[in-house]
Design a protein around this ligand. Structure first.
Ligand SMILES: Cc1cc2nc3c(=O)[nH]c(=O)nc-3n(C[C@H](O)[C@H](O)[C@H](O)COP(=O)(O)OP(=O)(O)OC[C@H]3O[C@@H](n4cnc5c(N)ncnc54)[C@H](O)[C@@H]3O)c2cc1C
Length: 425
């Protein structure tokens, strides 16, 4: 029987934090206990700040413990697309942030000795259309020329050295990406943040934030369902739910659900045949599939245009069908787990980070948050600590999308439209 729960959390049951009173005041309140918030809290605590981390549910409850665990060393947009949107210099800066983001994950894992199965295995991008493979060739040149970054390209005839399928028109392999057990990673960051002095509170929902300007400077009154805290700084790390606490982002950040299944463990020889170099993978469709093997050899498969509000059975079938189309050998495998998680996206599909009305924020990593959220949490912390900080995602306009917000029908219609586009050769 399929268990409707996240495999990563079953594999690594969350540590709980003792229920203690909230402080009356602090230096920094961080709202949200995902990668962004725990990374910021860790860096702040190590930098000597009094930091209070508030998480409405439990550490990692949002997207951070439920994702595919692909620790990517790239952005959602290709560098070629990014140059068209942002210009060459800013696009290069953004790409470098993504490369540094993967390095940051590795550095935190090593420095804090986190047990989270991090491996620099590389990632595969699989061309779903011939034109996408042509775009890989251009991207390879652009990455080399603009960013000095090398990826390899495999034509259809060579795919089987990386993926045991004939479903694609070619592959691009980025050797700097990695894989991680995401629940272990986010819990590890929270735990080491606490060990470094961060005050971690689960089950504490922020209801409102009030800015107070006085002759002594600005501070914030953070109202929660467990009491009130006065803080010099606030970090908004609530991603998909940021609009609930910061109305500035309402109608600009759209919560979108993504669904995942995990099979029973594959026989070792089959696992080796399907993903010989144990890399993480995704395809180039608008409504894409992302997949990888878990450390214990399960196929973890997500995306595929599942339907918000549909029964788990229906979404499992959609994912299973997509998986078997690529790997027919998996047809008889049991689906042990299924789950979903929510990400925040903006219409421009960019990451956004910076300061708004005196508060710090970082959000919307478009499927690249394992690395980018961790990196940006650290960069916000550095800025608060008065250290050098790298943020190429500041000052980007966030387009408004009034109709879409939180509407399951609109989300499903949007996905259907993009799926239709995916069927055009
Ligand atoms: C199914 C799925 C698969 C994915 N796969 C990948 C992948 O393979 N690779 C990759 O890089 N990215 C992937 N992502 C995206 C990645 O998981 C996210 O970008 C990342 O986790 C965002 O981290 P975050 O800390 O900003 O947000 P979250 O992890 O969502 O954390 C936000 C937290 O804020 C808390 N919160 C919200 N409101 C309040 C409030 N009022 N008061 C207190 N707390 C509050 C929430 O409870 C939540 O825990 C995936 C996402 C999903 C859902």
């Amino acid at each position: 029987m399929t268990q409707h729960e996240c495999f990563w959390s079953v594999d690594s049951p969350p540590k709980t934090y003792p229920n203690k009173p909230l402080p009356e005041n602090t230096d920094v309140v961080v709202i949200g206990g995902g990668f962004t918030g725990t990374s910021a809290a860790l860096q702040l605590a190590k930098g000597g700040a009094r930091v209070t981390l508030l998480e409405a549910e439990s550490i990692g409850w949002g997207a951070s413990s439920r994702n595919g665990g692909q620790a990517l060393s790239c952005l959602h947009h290709t560098l070629e697309q990014s140059i068209k949107i942002h210009g060459r210099e800013l696009a290069r800066e953004m790409f470098q942030a993504a490369v540094q983001a993967a390095n940051t994950v590795e550095q935190i894992v090593r420095d804090e000795k986190l047990d989270c199965d991090f491996v620099r295995c590389g990632n595969i991008e699989a061309a779903s259309k011939p034109a996408h493979f042509e775009a890989f060739k251009r991207e390879q040149d652009t990455l080399h020329e603009v960013a000095g970054f090398d990826v390899s390209i495999l034509p259809k005839s060579a795919i089987r050295s990386e993926l045991g399928t004939d479903s694609y028109f070619g592959l691009m392999v980025n050797p700097r990406s990695g894989s991680v057990q995401p629940a272990k990673f986010v819990q590890g960051m929270a735990f080491t943040a606490e060990r470094a002095g961060a005050d971690v509170h689960e089950g504490t929902r922020v209801l409102a934030i009030e800015r107070v300007d006085s002759l002594d400077g600005t501070h914030f009154i953070v109202k929660t369902d467990r009491g009130i805290i006065s803080s010099k700084e606030v970090v908004l790390a609530a991603n998909a739910w940021i609009g609930n606490i910061a109305p500035q982002f309402r109608h600009r950040v759209l919560p979108v659900d993504s669904f995942v299944i995990a099979t029973e463990p594959l026989p070792k020889e089959l696992a080796k045949q399907l993903i010989p170099n144990n890399r993480v993978a995704y395809d180039t469709r608008n409504v894409l599939a992302y997949y990888r093997l878990s450390p214990d050899g399960r196929m973890v498969w997500g995306g595929e245009g599942t339907i918000k509000g549909a029964s788990p059975k229906m979404n499992i079938n959609i994912l299973r069908r997509g998986m078997i189309k690529v790997f027919p050998e998996l047809a008889d495998l049991k689906i042990d787990y299924d789950w979903s998680g929510t990400i925040g996206i903006t219409l421009d599909e960019n990451t956004h980070a910076g300061r708004i009305d005196g508060m710090w924020y970082s959000m919307c990593y478009v499927g690249h948050g394992v690395t980018l959220a961790t990196y940006m949490g650290r960069q916000l912390a550095n800025a608060i600590l008065g250290r050098e900080s790298h943020n190429p995602f500041a000052n980007l306009n966030i387009p408004r999308m009034p109709i879409l917000r939180g509407n399951a029908w609109m989300e499903n219609i949007g996905k259907t439209w993009y799926r239709l586009l995916d069927t055009i050769p």
